[in-house]
Design a protein. Structure first.
Length: 343
């Protein structure tokens, strides 16, 4: 999903937290605007020195300070070692994370340098060219390689992919979900969890790399929004992009097909291998990882179809129709094919 087109609404708790953090980073409140809401409230603003920055305010009931600290330490390590990723800025007190208590809520605030790039239009062949996919593959490979060289402290760590809040169906199950679909998805997730993990195949991953989560400027790519970052199968960072671009009807490109998905994967992998290793056994897991991502999509989107219809603004296939497609996919036991002949 494209997080940059979510409908927004002002929340006094978040605005109050933002106001309390103005001095921590020297922000200009009058030049601040809400970019998106959701699990996080994200604002664009600038410092008194005129530097453009992003401010993210997270609900402490959803993301603990330990999880957020882990993300920020991970990002600082990646950035220090040459990755073009979101760059956290320490506050004037030297903290990457500031915590604000507001009534009964606990809100965590982080500030990031704002990259001047733009999001790509999904249908632009000129923008989605071979070089772009090779470069994106390199970035992903570099992130994974450097992540394997980095160890988070036990008291500041990220979750396993299956423990992330957004992967869980609510209990009791909301009426919006199809209970039979949920049962099949849960069984599949349990099966994937039982697979043995091994070095290089499994580790810290972004978990949400799609067109809305990277920016391009003069040939440079910056990967943003590591909020879903967790421990998972490395091929998850290919699967999310493939699902969004070639499978999910509401946002897929017009000529989407397993062959096109395979061509995209082939370019990503070529770039990746310039930075890190990926073997045939890993690549055989890509289709399963695409299915795993579809379960995350279902958890998030199914109970909020109208919200996501506004977010996506698809004219070719409604989000409701995409949910029917997804439910039928799982109920019939069909697989999402990825053509690996190009890899």
């Amino acid at each position: 999903m494209d997080p940059n087109h979510l409908p927004v609404d002002d929340s006094s708790a978040y605005h109050d937290a933002l106001a309390q953090c103005v001095d921590h980073w020297g922000l200009v409140l009058e030049k601040t605007s809400l970019i998106r809401d959701g699990i996080n409230h994200v604002y664009g603003t600038e410092t008194h020195e005129g530097a453009p920055v992003i401010v993210r305010i997270s609900d402490g009931a959803v993301r603990s300070d330990a999880e957020l600290w882990a993300e920020l330490l991970w990002l600082a390590h990646l950035r220090k070692n040459g990755c073009m990723v979101t760059h956290p800025i320490p506050s004037k007190r030297g903290e990457l994370l500031e915590t604000i208590e507001h009534d009964d809520a606990v809100l965590h605030v982080a500030c990031f340098e704002r990259f001047p790039g733009k999001h790509l239009h999904k249908n632009s062949i000129d923008e989605w060219n071979d070089q772009l996919l090779l470069d994106l593959g390199r970035q992903i490979g570099r992130i994974h390689r450097l992540s394997d060289e980095f160890h988070l402290p036990s008291n500041k760590d990220r979750k396993q992919w299956y423990d992330v809040e957004e992967t869980h169906f609510p209990n009791p199950l909301l009426p919006a979900y199809n209970a039979d679909v949920v049962d099949v998805m849960r069984t599949f997730i349990r099966t994937i969890r039982q697979r043995p993990t091994q070095p290089r195949h499994y580790g810290l991953v972004h978990r949400d790399i799609h067109a809305g989560n990277f920016l391009v400027d003069a040939g440079r790519i910056e990967i943003i929004d590591f909020d879903l970052g967790c421990y998972g199968w490395r091929t998850m960072d290919f699967a999310t992009l493939l699902f969004a671009r070639y499978y999910f009807p509401s946002i897929s490109v017009p000529d989407a097909s397993p062959k096109k998905a395979g061509e995209c994967l082939g370019l990503l992998v070529r770039g990746y291998r310039e930075e890190y290793t990926v073997d045939d056994d890993q690549l055989e897991t890509v289709a399963d990882m695409v299915l795993i991502h579809s379960t995350l999509n279902y958890v998030i989107v199914r109970p909020a179809i109208e919200h996501w219809q506004l977010a996506i603004q698809s004219e070719t296939c409604s989000v409701a129709e995409s949910m029917v497609w997804l439910e039928n996919l799982w109920l019939t036991g069909h697989q999402l094919e990825v053509d690996l002949s190009q890899v």
